[in-house]
Design a protein around this ligand. Structure first.
Ligand SMILES: O=C(CO)[C@H](O)[C@H](O)COP(=O)(O)O
Ligand SMILES: [Fe+2]
Length: 212
């Protein structure tokens, strides 16, 4: 299981130390929010640029921003490995996914709890990752919405039937307990923010989930 701790829950005053705490994680999940697509403001490509020279871990950028097409070049230049956009954030998701891949970066599509897998079916041949939100985006520390796991199962079936190769990622309210349900539904990458960073030993929590 790929584990991607979200630095939304890290101590930004002491980010170097908090990145060490998650040094055994596979990916680092970076949540960008613009105050338009969601009611919160976080960081942009500047933080990707700041972290990039200090780790070989994949930088997994989750763009909760309106019109993500405006920012792809900046994230590419900053050193992003994966850029995930929201289906709901642009009228041209297919074009933006192409724009990401043209930069040699893996392209992800994310769906809010209110969006069905049906809505992104036509995009599935063109993505490297599908992110199923298990909370409404905008804040860390929210409760996992278990009904979303049906989408994970459906994506897993569609991937098998059509021989697609995208990762299925789950984000929001992932703990050691909800992680088990995600794995059973067919997820292969789990984002976890508040749970991981609130543990006494984040590395142990990460390796436990990696072994699920
Ligand atoms: O995209 C996000 C919020 O919109 C975060 O990645 C997510 O909420 C992680 O935080 P937590 O594990 O605390 O729910
Ligand atoms: Fe996220």
């Amino acid at each position: 299981m790929i584990i991607a701790p979200s630095i939304l829950s890290a101590d930004l005053y002491n980010l170097e130390n908090d990145l060490k705490k998650i040094g055994n994680a596979d990916w680092i999940h970076i949540d960008s929010m613009d105050g338009v697509f969601v009611n919160n403001l976080t960081f942009g490509s500047n933080i990707v640029h700041a972290i990039r020279p200090h780790t070989d871990q994949l930088l997994d950028c989750h763009l909760m921003v309106d019109r993500p097409e405006k920012y792809i070049d900046a994230y590419a230049e900053a050193g992003a490995d994966i850029i995930t956009i929201h289906y709901e954030a642009t009228p041209h998701p297919h074009r933006v996914l192409q724009q990401i891949r043209e930069k040699g970066i893996r392209a992800g599509i994310s769906i809010n709890p209110g969006t069905s897998v049906e809505a992104i079916k036509a995009l599935l041949p063109f993505v490297d990752l599908v992110l199923v939100m298990t909370v409404n985006p905008g804040f860390g520390g929210q409760s996992f919405i278990p009904e979303m796991l049906d989408k994970v199962s459906l994506l897993s079936d569609l991937r098998r039937i059509n021989s697609y190769s995208f990762y299925i990622q789950v984000d929001g309210g992932v703990t050691n307990e909800t992680a088990v349900d995600c794995v059973e539904a067919g997820a292969d990458c789990l984002v976890s923010g508040s749970y991981v960073f609130n543990q006494e030993d984040p590395q142990e929590a990460i390796s436990h989930m990696q072994n699920l």
